[in-house]
Ligand binder design. Structure first.
Ligand SMILES: Nc1ncnc2c1ncn2[C@@H]1O[C@H](COP(=O)(O)OP(=O)(O)OP(=O)(O)O)[C@@H](O)[C@H]1O
Ligand SMILES: [Mg+2]
Length: 218
């Protein structure tokens, strides 16, 4: 199963959600790898370098944009779950990332929601969807609200706006919490940490994504 976490907008939580979902799947006994497509920042590669050796292993590979489709298909022979941590750049990386995926997760943060980048992303997604649908290949995309409180007007506006797009919205919403900010410096996922709210969110997210995976073929 190849899942990408991508959006053309930077800093929306692509790497945070990729790593936390990867950790959750690893704790379910799945063989998990992350493909880090951001060869400049290498956020997920650096995170993996900090992970303790006693924790469930998550392989992280850096991958150039022209190798995303080939590498993810190849890793699918060895891993149950391949998570592609996307880059914010428009262009062939974004297209290849979506093309390579069975499922696309699109994090959005209400405070940084940007119609321009989202609509551009949506156009890419629709191009790929048409190609995959014509070939009868199961393919789904879902928005995940990140750094979401539900309390501000901005949060409520975003909820309204995204209902109009041709993309599902996950039930699980991720709050703005310190625990997520600690992941890049500890190499952990929040399910391995003490903070209960973030842990519950990622457990819910994992279960929800797993259900979507099971329904992908139906
Ligand atoms: N739910 C959250 N609560 C608090 N902080 C968060 C949350 N999600 C992400 N962050 C923080 O926001 C910053 C950006 O997150 P992240 O690096 O995951 O985004 P990204 O989309 O991968 O960014 P880029 O486009 O640069 O790759 C990081 O400092 C991260 O720790
Ligand atoms: Mg990132």
């Amino acid at each position: 199963m190849i899942i990408s976490v991508t959006n053309l907008k930077g800093g929306v939580g692509k790497s945070t959600i990729s790593q936390n979902l990867a950790v959750w799947f690893a704790h379910q006994g799945k063989r998990v790898c992350i493909l880090d497509t951001d060869m400049e920042q290498r956020t997920s590669m650096r995170w993996a370098g900090l992970r303790g050796s006693t924790l469930p292993y998550i392989a992280v590979f850096g991958v150039e944009s022209d190798q995303i489709i080939r590498t993810s298909a190849k890793q699918a022979e060895d891993y149950d779950i391949i998570i592609i941590d996307g880059t914010p750049q428009l262009g062939k990386t974004a297209l290849a990332t979506v093309m390579a995926s069975d499922m696309v997760l699109v994090p959005i943060t209400p405070s940084a929601f940007d119609m321009w980048s989202f609509e551009n992303f949506l156009n890419r997604y629709q191009e790929v969807k048409e190609v995959k649908t014509a070939k009868d290949i199961p393919f789904k995309a879902y928005i995940i609200l990140n750094k979401f409180t539900g309390k501000t007007n901005l949060d409520k506006n975003v909820l309204d706006v995204i209902q109009d797009f041709d993309m599902g919205v996950l039930e699980t919403k991720i709050g703005d919490r310190v625990a997520y900010r600690e992941c890049p410096i500890t190499g952990l996922g929040v399910v391995e940490m003490k903070e209960k709210k973030s842990k519950a969110e990622i457990e819910q997210l994992g279960e929800e994504v797993l259900t979507k995976i099971k329904n992908l073929h139906s």
